[in-house]
Design a protein around this ligand. Structure first.
Ligand code: PLP
Length: 420
């Protein structure tokens, strides 16, 4: 049970992260609390880097987990970054990331965000529409420097994942249709304010097969060849992220498989590969610790009510995502029953597991596993709940990398009506 990098259960039934019992983390920092294994993040990063060696560079997708300490540990390992907003740009710069290794994705880049990114000297804008290309060209025309661009194309491929995280189908809001790309590239190549750096795609997330990624790379290779014939050369192909992880019993491909699948169709084009993994770097490194507040029987349901809610971890409510949930210390004085684990939020979708075999009593702490990606990053204060702290464990050391929010944090920036 629960063998994954950075975590182990000892002979007494106690769950550890690196050289620290998770019970110590819950005692010291309270619950709910996110905890990450530094070792697990670095092992995943190094596996990707090794798989890509000599063929390109990695741009970590900041939106998966943009906490400064995590960005800075990746920056220290020479990471590039994939950002989707001016806020993420500021985070990467604050964490010591190299602007020349930043690519900027997203369908709605504002004038302000484009200006800031251009000024910072990012590596490339991944452009998602003709209108955005025109906007970027206009902004670059006011400055001394041309804007480096790639078009994010939409290869029209079904990635076979949850519809909310599928992004590469023709009807999705992302990317530019393949048959429109050529004309836009010709425009960009002729503009003194734009430099054509490459082409990009990202077809979806939590992919459990590399076949759709290979197909996207094949379609992109065909476009690159056509453009080469027109005299427009590409320096890089950005193949996005999307590799799945094991939440329960999935069998995702590993980084080696991922890189091999996308590299093969592009290998004779003389382009650098950019890869933008997010989830695959940080998901399995993280756990959300939560305390059992109450046990409740309700119309035949065996409910475990915990102190974390969908404001802390949204994926189960948003995507019906399944997770392993385990006690920090196994107990044999209570029967194992099939239980539902629910949060305190006033929404019926605030539910972490529908069927979870658990022996628990009030006061026990549970670990919701594999929550390092799209966890803290998606947290909100809904229902008047301060956001949970984040702790990074490094061997026997536990570092508080984001403190728990206070009640004052909940109301920061607000004011009461004065004089009605
Ligand atoms: C979200 C996103 C990623 C990262 O996706 P993961 O599934 O977390 O690897 C990479 N590139 C782009 C453009 C994205 O939007």
């Amino acid at each position: 049970m629960s063998a994954s990098i950075g975590y182990r259960r000892d002979d007494e039934g106690e769950l550890w992260i690196e050289s620290v019992p998770l019970r110590d983390i819950a005692q010291r920092f309270g619950t709910p609390c996110y905890v990450y294994s530094r070792h697990a993040i670095e092992v995943r990063w190094d596996a990707y880097r090794e798989a890509l060696r000599g063929r390109g560079s990695l741009c970590y997708a900041v939106k998966a987990n943009g906490t400064l300490a995590i960005l800075s540990l990746l920056a220290q390992r020479g990471a590039g970054f994939d950002i989707v907003s001016g806020g993420e740009l500021a985070r990467v710069l604050r964490a010591g990331g190299d602007p020349a290794r930043i690519v900027f994705s997203g369908v709605g880049k504002t004038v302000k965000e484009i200006r800031r990114a251009l000024l910072a000297g990012i590596r490339c804008f991944n452009v998602e529409s003709a209108a955005e290309l025109e906007r970027i060209e206009g902004i670059a025309a006011e400055s001394a420097n041309p804007a480096p661009i790639a078009l994010r194309i939409n290869p029209d491929i079904d990635p076979q994942t949850h519809p909310y995280i599928a992004t590469g189908l023709a009807q999705s809001k992302f990317g530019i249709a393949l048959d429109e790309a050529e004309a836009l590239y010709q425009h960009a190549a002729a503009s003194p304010h734009l430099t054509v750096e490459g082409v990009a795609f990202h077809i979806g997330s939590q992919l459990l097969s590399v076949a759709p990624l290979r197909e996207a790379a094949e379609r992109t290779a065909a476009l690159v060849r056509t453009l080469h014939e027109r005299g427009i050369t590409m320096g890089h192909v950005d193949v996005g992220g999307g590799l799945g992880v094991r939440y329960v019993d999935e069998e995702p491909p590993d980084p080696q498989n991922h890189i091999a699948a996308v590299a093969a169709p592009l290998s004779d084009l003389g382009v650098e590969l950019l890869v933008e993994p997010g989830r695959a770097i940080v998901a399995e490194a993280g756990a959300l610790l939560t305390r059992v507040e109450y046990l409740k029987q309700s119309a035949g349901r065996d409910l475990v009510i915990v102190d974390a809610g969908m404001n802390d971890y949204l994926r189960p409510a948003l995507y019906d995502a399944a997770h392993r949930i385990e006690p920090l210390i196994t107990r044999d004085d209570e029967p194992i029953r099939d239980r539902e684990v629910v949060g305190p939020i006033c929404e019926s979708s605030d539910l972490f597991a529908r069927h979870c075999p658990l022996a628990v009593a009030p006061g026990d702490v549970l670990a919701i596993r594999c929550t390092g990606a799209y966890g803290a990053a998606m947290a909100s204060q809904y229902n008047g709940r301060p956001r949970a702290p984040e702790v990074l464990v490094d061997g026997a050391q536990a570092h508080l990398i984001r403190r728990r929010e206070t009640i004052d944090d909940l109301m920061r920036g607000e004011s009461v009506l004065v004089g009605g």
